[in-house]
Design a protein. Structure first.
Length: 290
């Protein structure tokens, strides 16, 4: 069912004076909610359309198209695109975005999930109230925020990554800012984070972990290569690397931070090519010589 906008209804949301006058002057009162946003976007008033979406919320409308090319688009419902999406400006979707090809947008936001059967490229922001899934890579110039993140290929972000849940990355992780996951982080190859790497559950990768700040995990940390940080390395349980484990100068390596000391041999062992020089806690388990 389409939502009808009235002047009184709009005024009750305390809009800015300039945006309200433009709305009245263009006779949008009494019209369809989506049509009003389409008119605003066509007139270059994308922020006014964003304000409407934020204040009046999502709809159950579904728009299905073969391909999408537009300067900007604000849609209150679910958007299904069978091919590619090309929106150099802002693409705002009230509910979910499902794309059969790749996505390239300047700023991409969805109230629920974003799913792509190709790659996702975003400029200043990639944000979903639910999950982000890409069959190929995800690359973002700005921040990435979502519930869960899953990629078939790599993740590259030039700013911060913030996930309420976890991340499952098929290949490499490259993040220039902080990376925070409420649950776990798993990568098919290496993990490189320039800022803080903080994970509520465990971290696992099939190559090396490099961090320009602290590495913190509530559960265990496991890498098939080295684990290196410019600051401290802290795991709630076990800590394992096939290579070396090395914290920054003057910083420590901590395992078993969420485990009683008596349980360290079973639940907080540390294994690596050689004993970390800054090991403060955990049970060091030297390699057995054949």
């Amino acid at each position: 069912m389409d939502m009808e906008l009235t002047q009184n209804f709009l005024r009750g949301k305390n809009p800015c004076a300039m945006g309200y006058r433009w709305f009245v002057r263009n006779n949008l009162a009494g019209g369809d909610y989506q049509a009003a946003m389409d008119t605003q976007v066509a007139a270059g008033r994308v922020e006014d359309a964003r304000w409407l979406l934020q204040n009046f919320g999502a709809t159950n409308t579904v728009l299905e198209v073969e391909h999408l090319e537009a300067d900007n688009l604000v849609f209150a419902g679910t958007l299904i695109v069978h091919g590619d999406v090309r929106v150099p400006g802002q693409l705002l979707v009230g509910r979910s975005l499902r794309v059969g090809g790749g996505i390239r947008a300047g700023r991409l936001e969805a109230g629920e999930d974003i799913h792509s059967d190709g790659a996702i490229f975003a400029g200043e922001l990639l944000q979903a109230g639910g999950d982000i899934k890409a069959a190929w890579s995800v690359e973002v110039q700005g921040e990435l925020r979502a519930e869960e993140l899953r990629t078939g290929w790599e993740l590259r972000c030039n700013s911060h990554v913030s996930l309420k849940g976890g991340a499952h990355i098929g290949q490499d992780v490259e993040v220039q800012g902080d990376m925070r996951c409420g649950k776990g982080l798993r990568a098919g190859r290496s993990i490189a984070v320039q800022g803080l790497l903080e994970v509520g559950h465990g971290i696992a990768c099939n190559d090396r972990i490099d961090c320009g700040n602290h590495v913190q995990a509530g559960w265990g940390i496991k890498a098939l290569g080295d684990i290196r940080a410019a600051c401290s390395i802290r795991s709630g349980e076990t800590l394992q690397a096939d290579g070396e484990i090395a914290a920054g100068p003057g910083y420590g390596v901590f395992a078993g931070m969420n485990v009683q000391m008596d349980a360290w041999p079973d639940c907080a062992w540390v294994r690596a090519l050689r004993k970390p020089s800054g090991l403060v806690s955990g049970f060091w388990e030297a390699a057995v010589t054949p």
